[in-house]
Design a protein around this ligand. Structure first.
Ligand SMILES: [Zn+2]
Length: 358
């Protein structure tokens, strides 16, 4: 399927309302980074947390400040994990947050979540957390007609490879249909991918979940090589340092490994300092599989629409380019070939409706 028929679209895409309604496929977004702020505020009052009671100050407590200089540690400091005192709290924030995703023009999303994140304060059972997450998110998705699948995030700094294996083996017994992949996130500087080889060998051997690794976000391209060669990753989160490694670029093309890139996140964390020349433009123009993603829109105080605006404004993406990058993104989804074909047809139908409506 090709996007060439959209070549003659002449309306300016430098319009956030227009871009908001453009259909999008997203593969890299953290549930914990897309939380509804009003619900977090409600929980913080109910659970008597030591957070600002003034709503403006509360937002600042939760979000990376607009116009602040890039700062990786400040960005990470915005992920608080003490909001929840009960299963009902977790259900509420997930339901209210997923309910809002469709309004960004999302046609299909693979949303990732970390059972550890919800469990650390009260030591909730991880399988209960997975059940609650799927129940709340599925309810919100079906009410908003959002196509959704899930990845389980394992965090480098919070679990050893052995602990990951133990948890994963209990998860496998539950046969969750909608969980399609496993993600490795967290501090890649102090916890390089080779520490987790034994875990990803188990995931790969089971063959049920595909593998997506955060790699080369702030570290060099060796981490990407290790992730694809030793950890069986078929998708990479960020992969910024591939920009400096021509041999790796060729490998990514040959093996059709998609770099799920996130412009605003990369700028705020200082993974990439020149926001006007993000490597996503180079990657797309040179045939390196790549997709446009938001990562953590609530923390960033910017929705996926802002990432789209940047690729149009700074990198000159046309409607044809946007459709093509989304079709390439469907190729990288953790779905089977029949599901991908069905998704492409439905996606292009949505794009046709978008074009007719503007
Ligand atoms: Zn991420």
């Amino acid at each position: 399927m090709s996007a060439t028929k959209y070549r003659d679209f002449s309306k300016s895409l430098l319009d956030k309302d227009l871009l908001k309604s453009f259909p999008k496929i997203e593969l890299h977004r953290h549930l914990e980074g897309t939380f509804d702020i009003d619900t977090l505020y409600e929980l913080s009052v109910k659970n008597d947390l030591d957070t600002p009671r003034d709503k403006v100050a509360f937002k600042e407590y939760c979000q990376f400040p607009t116009n602040h200089k890039p700062d990786f540690l400040l960005f990470l400091a915005k992920f608080h994990n003490n909001w929840y005192d009960s299963h009902a709290d977790i259900h509420k924030v997930i339901y209210n947050s997923v309910k809002k995703i469709k309004s960004e023009g999302i046609h299909y999303i693979e949303l990732r979540f970390s059972p550890e994140h919800y469990s650390l304060k009260n030591n909730f059972d991880r399988l209960d957390i997975i059940d609650i997450t799927l129940e709340a998110a599925q309810a919100a998705a079906s009410e908003t007609n959002l196509k959704i699948k899930y990845l389980l995030t394992f965090n480098r700094g919070k679990q050893s490879s052995e602990e990951m294996i133990k948890l994963y083996q209990t998860i496998l017994k539950k046969n969750y249909d909608n969980i399609v992949g496993v993600d490795l996130a967290g501090d890649e500087t102090n916890y390089p991918p080779e520490l987790f080889e034994s875990f990803f060998d188990v995931v790969h051997k089971e063959g049920i979940h595909k593998i997506d690794i955060h790699a080369g976000e702030i570290c060099d391209s060796k981490q990407i090589w290790t992730s694809i060669d030793k950890l069986h990753a078929t998708r990479i989160g960020h992969g910024i340092s591939s920009y400096y490694d021509k041999e790796l670029q060729k490998e990514l093309i040959d093996r059709n490994i998609n770099l799920c890139q996130c412009l605003i996140s990369n700028y705020q964390t200082n993974a990439w300092s020149d926001s006007q020349n993000h490597p996503i433009g180079y990657n797309f123009n040179n045939g390196i599989p790549v997709s446009i993603n938001s990562d953590d829109p609530t923390i960033q105080n910017a929705s996926l629409v802002e990432d789209y605006y940047k690729v149009v404004d700074y990198l000159g993406f046309s409607l044809k380019d946007l459709v093509q990058i989304n079709l390439n993104t469907i190729d990288a989804a953790f779905l089977n070939d029949i599901e991908k074909k069905t998704l492409k047809t439905a996606y292009l139908n949505d794009v046709d409706n978008f074009v007719k409506s503007v």
